[in-house]
Design a protein around this ligand. Structure first.
Ligand code: F6R
Length: 365
């Protein structure tokens, strides 16, 4: 059932070009330069009235929401914010009737997310879900939303669900963006970029053996820092979560600008810094932060854009992703980090599919 792979996690990482193709298929309208997401069940008028999007989730799904926040603001010109589901529920959230609440959950059973959904419905919000498991509790209780179609995710560490969540959020932002920020022509261009995601991810996966070799040099460390800016900031958080949960290395994700406000005190000779240095706005600033880390003896693994040799040369090691739209780039970038974490954990002899203390769905609050 692992299809010849040593672990479900590796199988699911490698499956991503297919799962993403399934998540995207039939959902792009190139004539309109928009996305067709019928499960959203909204009329054009309702869509035009949405004034704020609140994204809720836990763990990896929360990180997908953080990418979504950039997408809704940047592509759709709609105020967006992300809240950890438990926090949303207990802070007495302010909900107006033109707010759209999007609950993100692979399993559709996470207790905190479900409780937040119930709270939002009770407060009269317009609630939608983004689930993978068809007929799951969150999908049923929200009544509307978009399924990921990623296929069953067995490995405890979420991989293909994350990339499909981001792909669907980009399509939601595209749909909301048409009629606001987006002309048909711009919508068409973005739709083409989204269509190419499976191919972009496949190009990262061809580097698997190289990434496995790079991982050899990072597997002995007990600490690691992931840094990024803009949409690469949530990717840094997700990279750190992946590494810590399966390899038990203490990993932290930081906004690149935050390092010098404290964490830089922890850097020693050889401390790994994984820098999301993809060629998007803000890259030069991130490179400045990389230099600050190098001056303290850190070892730098860069995620860089193909053909950006100058940036690759700033790194001790690097993995490339194809050149693409900055928001789309979050998907291949996270795949590079999934493979890196997987190989580090494998080299360390960890129980990759069933990390200690973790369960696939967290049904207690
Ligand atoms: C991490 C991971 C968890 C889940 C979280 C939410 O790899 O899998 O952080 O993302 O427990 O689960 P869902 O998406 O099922 O609500």
């Amino acid at each position: 059932e692992k299809g010849g792979y040593e672990h479900f996690m590796l199988k699911e990482i490698h499956e991503q070009p297919d799962s993403l193709a399934n998540a995207i298929r039939g959902r792009l309208d190139f004539d309109l330069g928009s996305a067709v997401l019928s499960g959203m069940g909204t009329s054009p008028r309702e869509l035009a009235e949405i004034s704020r999007v609140v994204l809720i989730g836990c763990g990896t799904s929360l990180h997908a929401g953080l990418v979504g926040e950039y997408a809704f603001e940047d592509l759709a010109d709609i105020h967006a914010e992300v809240q950890q589901a438990a926090e949303f529920r207990y802070r007495n959230p302010i909900i107006a009737n033109r707010d759209l609440v999007v609950a993100i959950s692979q399993s559709g059973e996470t207790a905190d997310t479900l409780a937040a959904v119930r709270e939002a419905i009770q407060k009269g919000a317009f609630v939608m879900s983004l689930c993978n498991v068809v007929g799951s509790t969150i999908a049923r209780e929200t009544g509307r939303g978009v399924y990921l179609h990623a296929g069953p995710e067995i490995s405890v560490a979420s991989t293909k669900a994350f990339t499909c969540q981001v792909a669907v959020l980009l399509m939601m932002a595209l749909k909301l963006g048409r009629g606001r920020r987006f002309s048909r022509e711009d919508g068409y261009k973005l739709a083409r970029e989204i269509e190419s995601i499976p191919e972009l991810v496949a190009r990262v996966i061809t580097q698997d053996a190289r990434i496995a070799r790079i991982a050899e040099d990072y597997a002995k460390n007990e600490h690691a820092f992931f840094i990024g800016r803009g949409p690469m900031y949530p990717v840094a958080l997700e990279g750190a979560l992946k590494l810590k949960e399966i390899s038990y290395i203490h990993a932290e994700g930081y906004h690149a600008a935050e390092l010098k406000h404290g964490p830089i005190a922890l850097l020693e000779q050889g401390t790994p810094i994984i820098a999301l240095a993809v060629d998007i706005p803000g890259k030069d600033k991130t490179l400045g932060n990389v230099e600050e880390c190098r001056a303290r003896g850190a070892r730098i693994l860069g995620i860089v854009t193909e053909g950006d040799h100058e940036t690759a040369e700033c790194m001790d090691d690097y993995i490339t992703i194809p050149r693409c739209h900055p928001l789309v780039a979050t998907i291949p970038a996270v795949v590079a980090l999934q493979l890196f974490s997987y190989h580090v954990a494998r080299i360390r002899g960890c129980e990759i599919d069933q990390p200690r203390n973790l369960a696939k769905s967290v049904t207690v609050e």
